[in-house]
Design a protein around this ligand. Structure first.
Ligand SMILES: O=c1ccn([C@@H]2O[C@H](COP(=O)(O)O)[C@@H](O)[C@H]2O)c(=O)[nH]1
Length: 231
């Protein structure tokens, strides 16, 4: 299975097709809110029909009953991974798994992973704006433990927390890590960033890469260079 999940953060179907036509084998892609809100869930079906593996990144966060219903319908799409915000709590996460099980196709539900703290959140923002005291790592570890208790398959975290999460939740608990930059000093909206090489060192299961690939002069070459770094 590919280690790199490419974030298809585009606003039109044409951009998606232009991007994907470079690849002559299935890759792992992430479809998030930008693309879904532009093209609807039909784009998920189309990309799936092209043979690509899909992480549907809609980050659900609502009351348990609503998340259960939402997940039940997302499960019917037959994607590989869906997600939610761990901040919704254990009852919400348990409800999500129930919904996925009810909606699953062929008895196999999508994997469900929880966003711990967004990789765009710094310690200062977490403390002062979100009102969560302490270190990011402690909050991320607590949310990961809650996700495991609720029956989730893993979490979204930064590379810097992946090793600690595997220690606390076990080696099979998935760590999916965005905030990947090819050089450590290139920061934008992302705050907790790391290189693919460091992600490999820290044992991340998958890295999520958007702009470093999609805005590269040669996206296909950059994708395969990153895949090589993760081997
Ligand atoms: O904590 C999170 C959760 C999700 N993301 C998503 O990953 C990609 C990253 O894109 P880049 O262009 O490589 O920064 C994007 O789709 C985010 O929505 C995240 O960055 N951090």
């Amino acid at each position: 299975m590919n280690k790199t999940i490419v974030a298809l953060d585009f606003s039109t179907k044409d951009e998606v097709l232009d991007f994907l036509k470079q690849f002559d084998e299935p890759i792992y892609v992430k479809i998030g809110m930008e693309l879904t809100y532009a093209c609807g869930l039909d784009i998920v079906k189309e990309v799936k029909e092209m043979g690509h593996h899909i992480f549907l990144d809609l980050k659900l966060h609502d009351i348990p009953n609503t998340v259960k219903g939402g997940m039940k319908n997302l499960a019917k799409l037959g994607v590989e991974i869906v997600n939610l915000h761990c901040a919704g709590g254990i009852a919400m996460m348990k409800a999500a798994i129930e919904g996925l099980e009810e909606g699953s196709v062929g008895g196999k539900r999508p994997l469900c992973i929880g966003v711990t703290q967004l990789t765009s959140t710094s310690k200062e923002a977490m403390n002062d704006e979100l009102g969560i005291p302490g270190e990011v790592i402690d909050c991320v570890k607590l949310y990961a433990k809650n996700a495991k208790t609720a029956g989730l398959d893993g979490v979204v975290c930064s590379v810097h927390e992946a090793k600690a999460i595997h220690e606390v939740c076990g080696p099979d608990f998935l760590t999916v890590t965005p905030g990947i930059r090819l050089a450590d000093d290139s920061k934008d909206d992302q705050k907790r960033v790391a290189t693919p090489a460091f992600a490999k060192e820290e044992g991340c299961d998958h890295i999520v890469v958007g702009r470093s690939i999609t805005k590269s002069a040669n996206p296909k070459e950059t994708y395969y260079q990153i895949e090589e770094m993760m081997k």
